[in-house]
Design a protein around this ligand. Structure first.
Ligand code: HEM
Length: 188
């Protein structure tokens, strides 16, 4: 065998290996796409088309909402303005013992925690120095918040989450997390 033909054989070998790698890579991506379509039940529930997605789904509601900071931004920009624009809700927000910022930050942490995030449920010290309380009856004591106002509160937050582009499944999870506090808040 001449030098040139030996080199040609070597190059053919390299090309064959490269071709196999390329095929495996393409097939791998195909597999990921197929799996995403089949297994992301929640996402596909809301989707009207069967277009495969390359974005791998985050595994907790909190992470999909952007964790503590995403939830805080949602509360500040969407939920709180809508809540305070509602006559029935705003009537209960007089004589505050903490600032609206404290309420937003403590509620954002509580929600992040309850939706699978890394924030503590309560006890954290926020920017102002306020320490978030955990007891719903104590926080809402003396406010006499009726059942229907709690429902309205949850409904407004859900509506705002929909406007902010949160998926139906995640809105359900947010409403459920809020709902769990109903008995501790009602008529205290
Ligand atoms: C449904 C679920 C609810 C949750 C999870 C929740 C949670 C919280 C949290 C975490 C705080 C801040 C606590 C702190 O200062 O450390 C807070 C404060 C407050 N919440 Fe709620 N809340 C809920 C519903 C409501 C409703 C329906 C109303 C009234 C319509 C309300 C009225 C208030 C008021 C007035 C404060 C401030 C209390 C104060 O100044 O001492 N909350 N809430």
């Amino acid at each position: 065998m001449t030098m040139t033909s030996r080199h040609t054989t070597e190059w053919i070998k390299y090309l064959a290996v490269a071709l196999i790698c390329a095929l495996v890579a393409i097939d791998g991506i195909g597999l990921v796409m197929a799996n995403t379509t089949r297994t992301s039940g929640q996402q596909m529930e809301d989707s009207t088309t069967d277009v495969p997605r390359l974005v791998i789904k985050s595994d907790s509601v909190a992470s999909r909402l952007g964790g503590y900071h995403g939830i805080l931004a949602f509360l500040h920009n969407f939920a709180v303005p809508a809540l305070l624009a509602d006559g029935e809700i705003v009537a209960f927000f007089g004589n505050l013992t903490v600032t609206p910022d404290d309420i937003e930050q403590c509620l954002a942490m509580m929600l992040d925690h309850d939706l699978g995030g890394s924030s503590p449920h309560s006890g954290a010290v926020v920017e102002s120095g306020h320490k978030c309380r955990g007891s719903m009856p104590k926080i809402h004591k003396g406010r006499n918040i009726p059942d229907r106002t709690i429902s309205r509160f949850i409904q407004i937050i859900s509506e705002q989450a929909a406007l902010a582009g949160v998926s139906k499944a995640d809105i359900k999870a947010i409403a459920k997390a809020l709902e769990q506090n109903r008995a501790g808040i009602r008529n205290k």
